[in-house]
Design a protein around this ligand. Structure first.
Ligand SMILES: C[S@@+](CC[C@H](N)C(=O)[O-])C[C@H]1O[C@@H](n2cnc3c(N)ncnc32)[C@H](O)[C@@H]1O
Length: 283
């Protein structure tokens, strides 16, 4: 093992220790093939702390005094890829359900609550807010809020600012752009999420494996492209918790390569590709 800061090598034994700790802390399953990825992502942390080798780094993150560094480590190991208007067919299902809810009980005091769990840089919750405000204008006068949470404090900080480059915002459809976003100023490629949209989204750091402090149930939960990094045991522990966090007619959305195996057991029925509705008969 070299002790030169920046080029330290991660041994298999130390990788195993870091992988076990990461799994316990966050649910992220790091398979042995990820050793080089972990080495490269954590070298930045070694450099930042001026630690010469991974064994000392591992001792730190396993120790009591390493609590802050454990957060930075998890942040470095999460995959935060996201984009605006990803899998928009989910937004259509949700809009349809909200429209029927508002038709059946047109009480403008209704509280509409949506949760984007594992929201990364914020493109998902902002997309949901902009889409729903476009297709269901009554929401603008209602108590309509989106809770957006992620384990990674860095992405939460970024998301709160609500500023995206032209590349990050390329997928925003023209009609949404026209309704909410000021045209790019010459020389500036950034877009700014307007206050009327920002006001609908509340960002918080939250590890899905810990207790959830929310007291009210949700009309819909989006947990897309998050559980794919968890093993099946962790997923199966989460399904009943999501089910309980939904209102009786609530909807639940996963990413395109994620599934609830045996959805009926957990009180869900399929309503579309990786889209579920609560049935009220869960375990
Ligand atoms: C690939 S992004 C998905 C972003 C967005 N949902 C989407 O589909 O575009 C996965 C996110 O899950 C978050 N994540 C991973 N483990 C988590 C955990 N235990 N609790 C909360 N968030 C977690 C990561 O930090 C990352 O931002």
């Amino acid at each position: 093992m070299t002790s030169e800061v920046g080029y330290a090598r991660l041994s298999e034994a130390t990788f195993d220790a870091i992988a076990a700790l990461t799994y316990r802390e966050s649910g992220l399953k790091l398979v042995p093939e990820k050793i080089l990825m972990v080495q490269s992502r954590l070298r930045h942390r070694l450099r930042a702390l001026n630690i010469g080798d991974f064994d000392h780094y591992c001792d730190l993150v396993k120790s009591r005094r390493g609590a802050d560094e454990r957060r930075f480590m998890i942040s470095a190991l999460t995959t935060n890829v996201s984009h605006f208007f990803r899998e928009p067919h989910h937004f259509d299902l949700l809009a349809k359900q909200l429209a029927s809810k508002l038709r059946n009980s047109p009480d403008s005091d209704q509280r509409i609550r949506i949760w984007s769990a594992g929201c990364s840089n914020g493109q998902e919750p902002y997309s949901i807010a902009m889409h729903l405000l476009c297709v269901e204008p009554r929401l603008a006068d209602m108590d309509f809020k989106i809770l957006a949470t992620d384990i990674d404090p860095n992405v939460i900080g970024f998301a709160r600012r609500g500023q995206y480059s032209a590349r990050q915002s390329a997928e925003i459809p023209d009609e949404v752009r026209g309704r909410f976003l000021a045209p790019h100023k010459k020389g500036s490629a950034a877009i700014h999420i307007p206050d009327e949209v920002k006001a609908r989204v509340v960002f918080h750091e939250l590890n899905l494996l810990t207790q959830w402090p929310m007291k009210h149930a949700f009309d819909a939960i989006f947990c897309r492209n998050v559980v794919i990094y968890f093993d099946i045991e962790t997923q199966c522990r989460l399904w009943p918790r999501f089910e309980r966090a939904l209102k009786p007619d609530g909807q639940f959305f996963l990413g395109h390569s994620e599934r609830i195996t045996d959805a009926a057991t957990y009180g869900f029925k399929s309503i579309g590709p990786t889209a579920y509705a609560k049935t009220g008969t869960g375990i």
